[in-house]
Design a protein around this ligand. Sequence first.
Ligand SMILES: [Fe+2]
Length: 389
Amino acid sequence: MNVTDKTKPETRDRFLLNPYTDWTAAQGIPVYEGFGVDMLACETQPWDFTEANGALIHLNGRGDYVSVFLHDLPPGGKTRPMGHCFEEIFYVLEGHGSTRVTLTDGTEHTFEWGPKALFSVPLNTPYQLFNGSGREVAKLSSTTNLPMMLKLFHNDAFVFDNPFRFTEREGLSEFYQGEGVLTPRTPGRHTWETNFIADLEQFELREWEARGKGCSNMMIIMADGTMHAHASEMPVGTYKKGHRHGPDFHVFCVRGEGYSVFWYEGEEEENYERFDWKHGWVFAPPEQMFHLHFNKGKEPCRYAATALGSLRYPFSDVKEAGFRGNDVSFKDGGAQLEYQDQPFRCHLDFLIELEKVGVKSEMGDYIDEAPYIKAIAAMKKDGTLSVPA
Ligand SMILES: [Fe+2]
C-alpha cells in the first residue's frame, strides 16, 4: 500500500493539524499576541483575503474557536465583495464608511458607520466594506469564529466559497438601519436584536445592579448568530463585581478609561495582573482567571464584549449555564465574587487610583471603606504611597 498521498501539495505528516494556524501562516500579515492589544497602535499590511490592509489579533484568552481581525481601509479604500461561512462581529475603531449587504432576494442594504458602531453580516451573505473618507483611514476590528469553522471543516472552499445561503438569518430590513427589537427579560438577560448599532456609546442599556454598583447592560443578538455581544457600563467612582468564566470573551472599551485586574485562584496578590484600557484596546480574560473591571476616570466607563455562544444560541452547555447564572455568587454555586469576598487589595488599589484623578468613590454603600482609608493613610505615613495632590 502506498501510504504517501502524492496528490497532496505537502508531504508532511498529517498528524495534529490545525487548519486555522495553517491559514494564519498563509495570510502574510502581522499577528499580535498577548493579554490584550492596543489595536489603534497595530501595524497592518496588505491582505489578499480582504484586498484591504489587515492584522490578526490572537489573545491569550481567545480560546479554541475565536479570533480577532483588524481591518484597515486606506482613504477611499474598500474590501473586495466577500461572503463566508464564518460569523463576524465588527466594531469600528476609527474612521467613517459604509457596508453594503446583498440579501438572497437581491435586496441591497447599505448602512453608514463611524467610530463605535457595531455590526454583523448574516452568515455567508455577500457584503463589502467601504471607507467613506478620501482623507482618513478606517479601522475596524471583527471577532470571528473562523478558527472553529476551519478546524471543523478543514476545507477552504466550504468556508470561503460556499453557495449555500442562510436566508433565515437575514432578519428585518430595520436591522440594517440601526433599529432593533428589544426583548425585556430579567436584568442581565434583556436582549436587543439587530444587525447594526450605529453608536455603542449612545446605545441604551438597562440596569443590572446584581453585577455591580450602578451597573447597566444589554445583551445583543446579531444576524441571528451564534456569536455573542453585550455592552456594559460602570458609573464614575464604581467597579463591577469580580467573576471568572471560560475563555473567548473579547472586551472592547467604548467609553471612558478603566483597568482590569486578573488572578488565578490561590495566587499571591503581588502576582495579580493589571491591564489598563480605553477605546481601541481589546483584551480577553483567560480561562477561569478571576477578573474585576474598574472605572478609573471622570466619566462613565462602557465596554462591549464578544464571544462564541449567544443568548439565543449559547453553543455549549458551559456558556448556557454561564448566561443563566451570570450574577450568582460563588458561595451559592455561581462564578461571581461579591464585593465583601474579593481580595483586600482590589478595593485598596481602586481608592488609590481614584485619589490620583480626584474622583470620589461611590462604593461606600457596598463596602465599609474605613479599613481601606486607614491603610492608605498608613501607607502615606510610612512613605510606601505618594499620591499627587
Ligand atoms: Fe468576564
